[in-house]
Design a protein around this ligand. Structure first.
Ligand code: ATP
Ligand code: MG
Length: 452
């Protein structure tokens, strides 16, 4: 990542090649110079991380043919063409064909450097996108719990260690951080996977039904209990019982739950029968139950009983390095689901990824990815069609061409206003307005503008 950005530089004119090489090297590029397109092509492969700068008029393969060969190799490789002939129609055509930029000679060193920098930036984004897409593919094939930060690596390692034991686990984490993913993995990575994974949201059940849900009942146990009902705990026997939002469990139920955890048996409502259950309990909490101030009505003894092993999932903002990988995974998945091309991650989306606080954690991130996949998120990189290699918006590009044309005309006429105006065919006022807008100083083109 810290390597100098590379430029393949092709020009048959030795002096010009040397001059451009020097300019680019001064600007921090690592330049590989070539006297012909064929020689450069032989060294170029699709994974090339840099950009190409080439002259157009050359013996053998010319710049445009060179560009077409490169586009076949890798359509996202930016090519900057340089010409000494100010052929504007050709420039427009080349840009439409996907040439990244077109620079008319003579040009200021800065013009070349700016263009190469922008091209390199774009290339880096493309390569990052490709790497992420590959990593996301690998990740989604092998891992349902994505994350490469040390804390996530450790979490996965712990999961593997304890999954196949019968130890009860408390999973702590903010909303959307992946508590249910962890609970599911504990089940799937254990022998219990052949049994049921029974999830019960303690916060969503009314207090009046939670006990019959959990423990089951015999017919006539209470008004309305016509048939025998197997409770959720018994249903989970041989498998895993997932108690979600355990902090919302009513106090009376907590007492009974504690007994279940200790004795591993249940008593259905309306009976005296005690039935053994073979369960593993995984509980999830959004708050820190170990903190008396946060715990509130939650029983301390139940907390200690559950807290044999606590797995804490840190919020996404504390493992930001995982965001790009998670995001590309969700983006790919969403695009597949919506039957769309996976869009490029634009600079704007990337900024949002890295600066947003993600209070809804991974869930919020996956929803954001769905909006990007649908193209409804303000996203300059979105496009269902393959992105046209572009170098700023059309108006921006036209602006640069106009500046090039003005400079070219001024150079050709050695700064003579009357002649330049005639050549350009525009009114004097327009001419001066344009010079000002582009920051061009006419005096620079007076005597001494010797190049052709
Ligand atoms: N590390 C991860 N890798 C891949 N997907 C993840 C990861 N963490 C969370 N997800 C996904 O994010 C979403 C939210 O995760 P999950 O439902 O497990 O969160 P939660 O902590 O249970 O949230 P809540 O407290 O709101 O119930 C799910 O779609 C889940 O598949
Ligand atoms: Mg959940």
């Amino acid at each position: 990542m810290n390597r100098a950005p590379s430029v393949f530089l092709v020009d048959d004119d030795r002096d010009l090649r040397k001059a451009m090489q020097q300019t680019l090297e001064l600007a921090g590029f690592a330049v590989s110079p070539f006297p012909s397109a064929a020689e450069a092509l032989a060294k170029l492969d699709p994974g090339f991380e840099g950009v190409v700068v080439s002259d157009i008029r050359m013996p053998g393969m010319d710049g445009l043919a060179f560009f077409r060969r490169i586009a076949e190799l890798d359509a996202d490789l930016p090519v900057i063409l340089v010409t000494g002939h100010g052929d504007i129609p050709m420039a427009v055509q080349a840009i439409q064909d996907g040439v990244y930029d077109f620079i008319a000679k003579p040009f200021a060193a800065d013009r070349l450097v700016q263009s190469a920098r922008r091209a390199e930036e774009k290339r880096r984004l493309v390569m990052e996108n490709r790497a992420l897409r590959r990593a996301a593919e690998a990740a989604s094939e092998s891992l349902p719990l994505i994350g490469q930060t040390p804390v996530m690596e450790r979490l996965r390692q712990t999961l593997r260690h304890i999954a196949d034991t019968d130890v009860d686990v408390l999973v702590a984490g903010e909303t959307g951080s992946g508590k249910e993913v962890v609970a599911t993995l504990l089940h799937q990575w254990s022998r219990r996977r052949s049994g049921n994974f029974v999830a019960l949201n303690c916060g969503a059940l009314p207090e009046t039904v939670i006990e019959s849900e959990l423990f089951g009942h015999e017919p006539g146990a209470f008004t309305g209990a016509v048939k025998k009902r197997i409770g959720r705990i018994e249903h989970a026997s041989g498998g895993t019982l997932f108690l979600d939002e355990i902090e919302a469990m009513p106090p009376a139920t907590q007492v009974k739950m504690l007994r279940v955890l200790e004795a591993r048996e249940i008593t259905p409502l309306g009976t005296n029968i005690v039935r053994p259950v073979d369960i593993r309990v995984v509980a999830a909490a959004k708050i820190d139950l170990g903190d008396p101030a946060e715990r509130g009505e939650f029983r301390e003894d139940l907390y200690y009983r559950l807290n044999v092993v606590t797995l804490s999932i840190p919020p996404l903002r504390e493992r930001r390095e995982d965001i790009p990988l998670l995001f590309s995974h969700f983006l790919k998945r969403a695009s597949e689901r919506f039957g769309r091309e996976v869009p490029e991650i634009s600079a704007m989306v990337r900024d949002h990824l890295m600066t947003h606080a993600w209070p809804g954690n991974v869930r919020e991130l996956s929803h954001f990815a769905e909006r990007v996949a649908l193209g409804v998120e303000a996203n300059p990189g979105k496009s269902a069609a393959p992105p046209v290699p572009s170098n700023g918006t059309l108006p921006e590009r036209l602006e640069r061409y106009e500046a090039d044309i003005l400079k070219e005309a001024l150079t050709a006429h050695r700064g003579d206003v009357r002649e330049t105006l005639q050549a350009l065919g525009i009114p004097r006022k327009t001419f001066y307005d344009k010079l000002q807008r582009h920051g061009i100083n006419r005096a620079d083109y007076g005597r001494g503008a010797e190049e052709s």
